[in-house]
Design a protein around this ligand. Sequence first.
Ligand code: SF4
Ligand code: SF4
Length: 252
Amino acid sequence: MAKWGMVIDLEKCVGCQACTVACGMENNRLPGENWQDVIFFSEGTYPSAQLKWFPRPCQHCENPSCMAVCPTHATYKTEDGVVLVDWDKCIGCKYCMVACPYGVRFYTDEKPLVAPDMRKVYASKDDHSWNPPWKMPDAREDWKHGVGIQPHDVVSKCTFCYHRISKAPPGTPDLDPQDPKLREFTPACVVTCAPGARFFGDLSNPESNVSRIIGDKRGVRLLDQLGNKPQVYYVTGDGGAVPSSRAINKKV
Ligand code: SF4
Ligand code: SF4
């Protein structure tokens, strides 16, 4: 059984946010609620301050703290290493949102992040939180795996495009979008990344490209000291870096 994971090369990422848009279209996200976010921040002080960016999907942790606190077992891990939310079981208590150290979960019934409120513009006539104009085919709706248009009162997050990767031929080491046979099984953000900064494959296979890149380029995990063991790795080199940890404010 595969253990799916992602590698993001920060030296190649140009911060274009095509991944954010592709994910939004693929997964019917509300504007401003990005499962695949690119976070912009500045580092250093004038005159040498630099604008930087950092792409950050759900880390699909090996030890997901979101899962540990979920009282209904709505948050669970699949055999192939993907952390998902069963929308039929989620009671919207948001414990998982508090427990996730990466801030990647969303609850759509809160104040809209951008105006106009698209939930009103494209109002839904059923259980869904809204009715996006580009709506994925109904056949793909799969609430057990948190796939489809988010219903009211539940929490959602990146699924690694579970509706695509779960149909990949068994034993595939890497879902390489350059391979026409594998493209339809590859997460939308990986397919759309123009500079090829994203790689997706089986972390348990030492021969996979993702395992090789992590080994050869010394892949790092975000906030690794917390013990969540993310299955998203970043490779940095000279041109990119994971953001430094926030300084702890000392009391005066
Ligand atoms: S990043 Fe957060 S939501 Fe995703 S698996 Fe880890 S703890 Fe859970
Ligand atoms: S909001 Fe849903 S997924 Fe999150 S802890 Fe509560 S029941 Fe579980």
